[in-house]
Design a protein around this ligand. Structure first.
Ligand code: HSE
Length: 332
């Protein structure tokens, strides 16, 4: 590539701030292959260009996440990016996390995706979105031990994404009708690595047939703006029966939300958050009320969000320009 060009241009935009949104992975039936991007909550990340090859991570949020860049979900993707560029520069990252780690709404993916989009902006968009997903998956590997893109891809592309394959990457954005998303995050932590560990390694053919029928139905429902089809496809006969035992009151909350008018929903990512899709704000709020009433009744603290699908993904909100001496130092 025009690496010198990208370094020189990079140096003219020395620091960038991005909003990295939460995401709902799996969308019930599409384990590891479907996800959507949320308008709320989102992390704020500041990324600065450094004139030596290193990655520095600062955390401004009080969460005890590793600051060793190789062990950090924002740091690992940046190391990969710098290695691929054979770079003589680096990045300093400050993370203000609003998406609680272990919540099931894509906290690790937001850090990874936010870091690579911000860095790419500083590099004058050297890389395409698919490359950014490829780098960001190194963050998921650090967080969960496995590369998966069903939070990363919607976080970078926005909207609803289908990850048909990760090796090689094949990401398809799925146009979706307007939908409201209600999320409840009971304040317990479920580590994605644990929630993956408990899954059965084999599935029965009859379950697989149901599951792929639902995935196809959900994608078709989204493409055709068919709310009924979306609703009846939000069924998971493989993962949910196993994972739901980790979430207090899961079955009851789900039933109450559907009775309140939600199209359907289920575990957000690997949990413990639960999400529900609704066709309008009034229903989405009634669903939130059901969630709150339930968790109040059993005495578990929670957060809720009533939001919509974020069509844009990680958003650059600010950048500042370097001085001439920095430009010379970095471009030389
Ligand atoms: N597909 C992943 C899982 C998403 O369910 O383990 C984690 O957020």
């Amino acid at each position: 590539m025009q690496l010198e060009e990208s370094r020189a241009t990079a140096s003219q935009q020395k620091e960038v701030t991005v909003h990295a949104p939460g995401t709902v992975a799996n969308l019930v039936c599409g384990f590891d292959v479907l996800g959507l991007c949320l308008n709320e909550p989102s992390d704020v990340m500041h990324v600065k260009l450094l004139d030596e090859k290193k990655v520095i991570i600062h955390s401004k949020d009080g969460y005890k996440l590793p600051t060793d860049p190789a062990q950090n979900t924002a740091g690992a993707p940046l190391i990969e990016m710098l290695n691929e560029l054979d770079a003589n520069f680096g990045f300093e990252v400050t993370i203000e996390k609003n998406i609680k780690p272990g919540s099931g709404i894509g906290s690790s993916a937001a850090s990874a995706a936010g870091a690579v989009v911000a860095a790419n902006h500083l590099l004058n968009n050297t890389f395409g979105k698919e490359d950014l997903v490829r780098f960001a998956m190194f963050g998921e590997k650090v967080a969960t031990g496995v590369k998966h893109a069903d939070n990363i891809a919607p976080c970078i592309y926005g909207g609803v994404t289908l990850i048909r394959s990760i090796f090689p990457l094949d990401i398809i954005t799925i146009p979706a009708p307007d939908l409201y998303v209600t999320v409840v995050h009971p304040q317990i932590e479920v580590r994605t690595s644990d929630a993956r560990q408990i899954l059965r390694k084999e599935v029965q053919l009859k379950d697989a047939i149901k599951q792929w029928g639902n995935i196809a139905g959900l994608v078709a429902g989204l493409l055709k703006n068919d709310y009924d089809l979306i609703g009846r496809s939000l069924e998971d006969v493989i993962i949910e029966p196993v994972r739901s035992i980790l979430i207090p009151g899961f079955a009851e909350v789900k039933l109450k939300c559907i009775a309140a008018g939600a199209l359907g929903g289920g575990i957000s990512g690997s949990g413990p958050s639960i999400f529900m899709l609704s066709t309008n704000l009034q229903i989405a709020k009634a669903v939130e009320k059901e969630m709150m009433t339930f968790y109040n009744s059993i005495g578990i603290d929670y957060n809720t969000y009533v939001t919509t699908i974020n069509k844009e993904g990680v958003k650059v909100v600010n950048y500042t320009t370097a001085s001439i001496s920095n430009i010379n130092a970095i471009a030389s």
